[in-house]
Design a protein around this ligand. Structure first.
Ligand SMILES: Nc1ncnc2c1ncn2[C@@H]1O[C@H](COP(=O)(O)OP(=O)(O)O)[C@@H](O)[C@H]1O
Ligand SMILES: [Mg+2]
Length: 414
């Protein structure tokens, strides 16, 4: 977990220093800086913001850089992480990363040490957007659970970029043979990406079913996930690319491949006449139900990763830090309660933001229940499967901060 977090010149946080607990609540008015703090933690882990891809948007006005530092501790081991985003006068951006005071070249060092999972209001549109955000959801799992995934993914992206620029080249028809070399490699990486994704997908759907039973019981055994590889995996991608080379040249990009993978959320509907049909969930569910469904997608990923970390099945050092922005803005009270029960019962650090003071009492109550009785249902289920004993769990520490114009005041510590 992060013990100490320092943020310099990110949006309205000119200089923030916070001592964090395992569970943290940020309360403040609109525009006070709550989302900016979550953005800072996300940026440190992923190297990009969830709000804007250009660093000039989140570096404080009239400044040329922003920096985030964190010290973490896990089983008496401590580490330090830092990221700095800079823009020069020409608008060119640069990133500097450090781990334990040493410069590092790859963001993956920080991502693996400090994985984060974000639940925020914008993410609630996941079902209605294009496939990219759902693919990222699956790839986040694959990245953390399959050590080989990331390198293969990088190779695939590089090859795809080269292939696409060749396709756009006006002289492509004279250079078709050049494509063959890229395509062979591309199809090899497409296969391994598909295998990694498929493997984590099958683990994920079990946890997803459990979460649907809790968050949307009326849809249990009716909602299900479907993994789409982006190409017909019965065939070698090389053959598929060969067959449709003319279409790809016309389009100027590669239409089919592992970069088009998706996760569809499907719903089984039984009509009165007994006929069963399958529909995309997004066409049927209400807006409120979709939010619960998306919460179930995220929480089931969290549960899966936590199980895997506890069993030593992943190369992750630590379970993810959970960032929940505007917790009660989108979800009803019952869903907030299940969300809190789930994240508090898992061995994750959590940072929650809310406009509303009321959530403080609810969190306190839940933490006390968990700490005192240790027989929360979620805890039992979780610990049965990872073999740990609830009563051996440490007490969860809790801090509540008031945020005002980019300043954080600790109001409660337990
Ligand atoms: N690049 C920037 N530099 C300085 N302030 C910014 C920048 N971008 C946004 N802001 C301001 O930061 C404030 C905090 O925003 P935010 O963290 O989203 O607030 P909250 O989540 O508490 O509602 C807003 O008032 C916004 O106007
Ligand atoms: Mg906000």
């Amino acid at each position: 977990m992060i013990n100490k977090l320092q943020i310099h010149q990110l949006r309205n946080l000119s200089q923030a220093v916070l001592d964090l607990a395992e569970c943290n609540l940020l309360i403040g008015e609109n525009g006070s800086g709550k989302t900016s703090l979550l953005e800072a933690v996300f940026l440190l882990s992923r190297g990009r913001s969830f709000r804007h891809h250009e660093s000039k948007r989140y570096i404080s006005y009239h400044q040329s850089s922003c920096t985030i530092w964190a010290t973490t501790s896990e089983q008496q081991q401590s580490a330090s992480l830092a990221i700095q985003k800079k823009i020069d006068t020409a608008g060119k951006s640069d990133t500097l990363l450090r781990f334990n005071e040493q410069p590092v070249a790859s963001q993956s060092v920080l991502s693996l040490h400090l994985p984060v999972l974000l639940i925020d209001p914008v993410g609630m549109n996941l079902l209605d957007e294009g496939s990219a955000s759902r693919r990222q959801l699956l790839d986040w799992l694959a990245f953390h659970m399959k050590p080989e995934f990331y390198q293969h993914w990088l190779h695939y992206q590089r090859l795809l970029k080269q292939r696409n620029s060749l396709l756009k080249n006006p002289a492509i028809n004279q250079n078709i043979s050049q494509l063959a070399a890229w395509d062979k490699q591309l199809s090899i990486y497409a296969k391994t990406l598909h295998e990694c994704r498929e493997e984590v997908f099958y683990q994920w759907i079990e946890c997803f079913d459990e979460m649907i039973a809790r968050l949307l019981p009326a849809y249990h055994n009716k909602l299900y996930l479907q993994y789409l590889a982006g190409f017909d995996t019965e065939h070698n991608l090389l053959d598929i690319l060969n067959k449709r080379i003319k279409q790809d040249i016309e389009l100027g990009y590669t239409r089919i491949g592992a970069h088009r993978a998706d996760v569809a959320v499907m719903l089984k509907i039984q009509h009165q006449n007994g006929q069963k049909i399958r529909e995309q969930a997004t066409h049927v569910l209400s807006r409120g139900e979709k939010k619960l469904l998306i919460t179930a997608l995220r929480l089931s990923q969290l549960q899966l990763i936590c199980h895997a970390v506890a069993q030593g099945r992943v190369m992750l050092d630590n379970p993810p830090i959970v960032l929940i922005d505007d917790i009660d803005a989108e979800l009803d009270a019952a869903a907030v309660s299940i969300l809190l029960d789930t994240v508090l019962s898992l061995p994750c650090q959590v940072i929650i933001s809310s406009l509303n003071n009321a959530i403080h009492d609810e969190i306190l109550l839940k933490i006390n229940q968990l700490n005192n009785t240790g027989d929360n249902n979620t805890n039992k289920q979780y610990n049965q499967s990872n073999g740990q004993n609830v009563s051996e769990n440490q007490q969860k520490s809790y801090h509540m901060f008031h945020v005002k114009q980019g300043e954080f005041a600790l109001m409660y510590a337990d």
